[in-house]
Design a protein around this ligand. Structure first.
Ligand code: NAD
Length: 301
């Protein structure tokens, strides 16, 4: 049994904690939002009063937090873990943040005698619930090996992408491609529909032709094509538009810093921002709701 301090128990964190418990590990949790604890009622977790309290005396600390600023403060801030922990748990950040903040935390952690890896995930809320997440990990090989037992309790695949920050780079590239595929699929289905072709028939054809992709097959944006996709449930659940806009923002900043060009990623980020400004509440809808931008008449569905 490994003792884990888990900080940030939102949509992803809570089901990840449940899988750690299922694997027999002891988990202490902390979140700034009291409502976040609801999914873990009666689950057998210990609840801490602060992030530091959750991290004291455990073998491993896992953070699953929204963004760079919060992750930076959690590890490096005045009241952060690195400055205040007397013990040296293995530190694992599973949040999706920039490679820069991951490397900064890694460097400071190293100087203070901590091992730190960036381990963002792919697979969404369903993958977190089913314990089938993929981890894309950046850090020292030996540390990644040490972490693997705990990561395997929450996911199926662990990819060592390279040195510190490489996990975040892999995640950023994958999500940018996923966003481009989603926008392209939505555009094609809207054009077909405008010409009187049933999106279900068009999807069937695409899925046996060169346009086939993960979005057309498994995350189809047109309502009613896949009964279990968020598009068939008013775009509820899944992966929020606002989170994908954040990820594409990370890709744009990274490309600018490295002199790279990402015209498609930048275009899709702008489409998502337009989508959010045109449909109230779109920020919290699933990414596939970008379909509404290409086929506004669907709003009535
Ligand atoms: P979420 O907003 O549901 O959860 C984040 C949690 O962190 C919230 O409960 C919030 O109260 C808590 N939090 C914020 N500041 C805190 C602090 N200082 N101390 C303690 N807790 C704090 O978000 P989520 O969907 O669980 O996503 C978490 C991370 O995982 C994000 O970086 C996201 O980009 C990434 N991610 C999400 C998905 C997905 O499908 N939702 C998929 C892959 C990766």
């Amino acid at each position: 049994m490994i003792s884990v301090g888990f900080i940030g128990i939102g949509n992803m964190g809570s089901p990840m904690v449940l899988n750690l418990l299922k694997a027999g590990h002891a988990v202490t949790v902390f979140d700034v939002n009291d409502a976040a604890y609801s999914q873990l009622m009666d689950a057998g977790v210990a609840v801490a009063n602060s992030a530091l309290e959750a991290a004291v005396g455990v073998d491993v600390v896992i953070t699953m937090l929204p963004n760079d600023k919060i992750v930076g403060e959690m590890y490096l801030g005045e009241h952060g873990l690195i400055a205040h922990l007397d013990t040296r748990p293995l530190l694992i950040d599973c949040s999706t943040v920039s490679a820069e903040i991951a490397r900064k935390v890694f460097q400071v952690a190293l100087e203070k005698g901590f091992a730190f890896i960036d381990a963002p995930v792919s697979g969404g809320v369903m993958g977190a619930r089913d314990g089938t997440l993929s981890f894309m990990v950046g850090g020292e090989k030996s540390v990644v090996e040490d972490a693997s037992i705990i990561l395997h309790a929450m996911g199926k695949r662990i990819f060592h992408a390279g040195q510190s920050g490489a996990g975040q780079i892999a995640k950023m590239c994958n999500n940018m491609l996923a966003a481009v595929l989603m926008a392209g699929t939505a555009e094609a289905l809207a054009l077909g529909s405008r010409n009187g072709v049933d999106p279900r028939a068009l999807t069937e054809i695409i899925n046996h032709s060169t346009g086939r992709n993960f979005m057309s097959e498994k995350w189809n944006p047109w309502p009613g094509v896949l009964s279990d996709a968020p598009s068939s449930h008013n775009y509820q659940g899944g992966f929020q538009v606002a989170l994908m806009a954040k990820d594409l923002g990370l890709a744009m900043s990274n490309a600018q810093a490295h002199g790279a060009t990402i015209p498609l990623g930048a275009l899709v980020r702008n489409l998502l921002m337009l989508h959010q400004s045109q449909s109230e509440g779109a920020a919290k809808l699933d990414l596939s709701s970008i379909q509404l931008l290409f086929a506004p008449s669907l709003k009535a569905v």
